[in-house]
Structure formats: structure tokens, C-alpha cells
Design a protein around this ligand. Structure first.
Ligand code: FES
Length: 87
């Protein structure tokens, strides 16, 4: 598991291995947007303020993924213990 802080919302959640970042944030009342939930459409693309995402989507290019500036929260995870997002 890892933690995600929703900076704008002031909420920190723990994302367990059986849930997505989007699900954990939604459960905590953070307003997030998803659509395909399969890493394809980009609707859930969220800006990363701190931490290193573990990209699992097919939406961002390899270059975009390497920049670690955005993450698809419907399916991607985190390599760092804490990921801080601009939501
Ligand atoms: Fe489509 Fe995340 S909801 S990529």
C-alpha cells in the first residue's frame, strides 16, 4: 500500500492493494473524475505535485510518463510511499 495526499482537498488516504487511487479518494469524499477506468481515455489524468507514480495506463506517452508530472488515477499506482496530487 501507499499513501496519497489530495493537496487541494486536504485529505490523505491509504491505497490498499485491492483498490485504485481513484476509489480511495472517492471513498474519502474527494471529487475526482473517471470514465473508462482502464487507463485508456485520460479523463482521470491528475497533476502530480510530489512523489513518483507507477504508471499503468496506455494513455500517456513514454516521455510523459518519464516526466512524472501527471498520473492516471484510475489504474496507476505509486513507486514512492507518498504521492501528492493536485486535487
Ligand atoms: Fe480513462 Fe483513467 S478513467 S484513463
Amino acid at each position: 500500500s501507499f499513501q496519497v495526499r489530495a493537496e487541494q482537498s486536504g485529505v490523505t488516504v491509504t491505497v490498499g492493494k485491492d483498490e485504485t487511487i481513484a476509489q480511495a479518494l472517492d471513498k474519502a469524499g474527494v471529487d475526482i473524475l473517471t470514465s473508462c477506468e482502464q487507463g485508456v481515455c485520460g479523463a482521470c489524468l491528475t497533476r502530480v505535485l510530489e512523489g513518483e507514480p507507477d504508471h499503468r495506463d496506455a494513455y500517456q506517452t513514454a516521455e510523459e510518463k518519464a516526466a512524472n508530472s501527471h498520473v492516471t488515477i484510475c489504474c496507476s499506482r505509486s513507486k514512492s510511499p507518498l504521492l501528492v496530487l493536485d486535487v
